[in-house]
Ligand binder design. Structure first.
Ligand code: SF4
Length: 364
């Protein structure tokens, strides 16, 4: 149903971006990059959650030096995020960053940009040209005004101008992002940008907010763009543990049937028929599902009246009764368990299903 916009393909480490490759889910660490122990611990959590590409901030030489240690100890490609100081970009590339995110307009002028691009070319490292609404060149603001949903032109012209600067320096391994904290400007901007370039696009809504506001804003903006076939990689920005960004990212891709990872949970909102303490049960099941890899549909329903029926398409599920819960598979009841043992028995069933699925896939 979704037809992806054709783009060139670049590679960030071993992850292809654009050109029909799976849409890559990114996140960014929020530790001090120079604190390699904490940064590596967070990257390990993000990798386990399915993060395809990880970005770290490089605000100083200690962080640029840490890139070497981090890169040597992780299994997903590393992107260095640099502002203002070209020397940090060069050092990050020399220390093994597999992509750099810069805003060519704020790296200190064309001579300094040339040094950054020369380093990227020498190490075959792609550049993400990232422009933000807040950092658009003054002449473009004068010509087009501050970007709005009706007229996002300044943002697009800024991105294309900066892309040309990099191209003129002989490097075309580029992806582009244009960031706004406004959902409608983001949608309008990327739609117009997509018509003007065939470079892969990195999507995101900047400063989106906490878990609820950030998830909604990012899902609306990115959901509409992805449905249009626009976008080759993205980050959901949340004022939260970055692991949540990756989880939200996969739920977004799953909801559009673009890409799936691990089990899917459906659960009812509860109502006056609920006779079981469903919220902690649902929470515990959801936590467990984060550790699973099998593609299952798992239902957690508040009552037996509608539970198994409403969740008939689920592979396995729970429906709460009065002090008991029933466990059903494919709409058929397989067990009735007292409420206090329901979670334990249900998790055992899930573990069995995961083992069966792993052993059947290993015997193929
Ligand atoms: S499954 Fe039962 S408890 Fe849950 S919302 Fe539907 S009717 Fe209410």
């Amino acid at each position: 149903m979704i037809t992806r916009r054709p783009t060139r393909q670049i590679r960030v480490g071993d992850v292809p971006i654009g050109g029909g490759a799976p849409i890559a889910v990114q996140s960014m660490t929020n530790t001090d990059t120079a604190d390699t122990e904490r940064t590596l611990a967070q990257i390990a959590q993000l990798t386990a959650a399915g993060c395809d590409l990880i970005r770290v901030a490089v605000p100083d030489m200690a962080a640029a030096a840490a890139v070497k240690t981090i890169r040597a100890s992780i299994s997903i490609p590393l992107i260095a995020d640099i502002h203002f100081d070209w020397r940090l970009a060069v050092a990050a590339v020399e220390n093994g960053a597999q992509c750099i995110r810069i805003n060519p307009g704020n790296i200190g002028g064309e001579k300094k940009l040339a040094k950054v691009v020369a380093a990227a070319r020498a190490h075959r490292v792609p550049i993400r040209v990232g422009v933000n609404s807040g950092s658009i060149e003054k002449d473009l603001l004068r010509a087009h005004g501050y970007p709005t949903p009706e007229n996002p032109k300044a943002l697009i012209e800024s991105a294309l101008r900066n892309v040309r600067l990099v191209e003129e320096l002989g490097w075309e391994e580029i992806k582009i992002s244009i960031k706004s904290s406004d959902v409608l400007t983001t949608i309008a901007g990327y739609r117009q940008l997509a018509e003007k370039t065939d470079y892969p696009l990195h999507l995101g809504v900047t400063e989106a907010g906490g878990l609820i506001a950030g998830t909604v804003k990012s899902s609306v903006a990115l959901g509409i763009l992805l449905f249009d076939g626009i976008g080759d990689t993205f980050r959901i920005s949340l004022t939260r543990d970055p692991v949540e960004e990756v989880r939200v990212g996969y739920e977004l891709l799953r909801s559009l049937r673009i890409r799936e990872r691990g089990p899917e949970m459906i659960s009812c909102p509860t109502c006056g028929r609920t006779r079981i303490d469903l919220f902690p049960l649902a929470e515990a099941v959801e936590q467990h599902l984060q550790t699973m890899h099998t593609r299952l549909k798992v239902a957690v329903m508040g009552c037996v009246v509608n539970g198994p029926g409403e969740a008939r398409e689920a592979d396995i599920g729970i429906a709460g009764g009065h002090g008991v819960g029933i466990i059903f598979k494919k709409g058929k009841i397989i067990k009735k368990v007292p409420e206090e043992r329901l979670l334990e028995v249900f998790l055992d069933e899930l573990r069995k299903m995961e083992e069966e699925s792993l052993s059947s896939s290993s015997s193929l």
